[in-house]
Design a protein around this ligand. Structure first.
Ligand SMILES: [Zn+2]
Length: 52
């Protein structure tokens, strides 16, 4: 099985952080209030939205 790194989106600043450890923390602002993105599909969708 392929291991897909989980991704979290900060509720405070909107930055995405790759989740590699707990507790989940935003790499940009240091907030602990992250929303975990459900999977690779959602992650790709988010990137596409940003590009357009
Ligand atoms: Zn943040």
């Amino acid at each position: 099985m392929e291991e897909v790194p989980a991704t979290g989106m900060c509720r405070d600043c909107g930055a995405e952080s790759q989740i590699t450890q707990f507790p989940l923390q935003c790499e940009a602002c240091g907030s602990f209030d992250l929303r975990v993105l459900g999977g690779e599909e959602l992650f790709v969708e988010f990137l596409n939205l940003e590009e357009t």
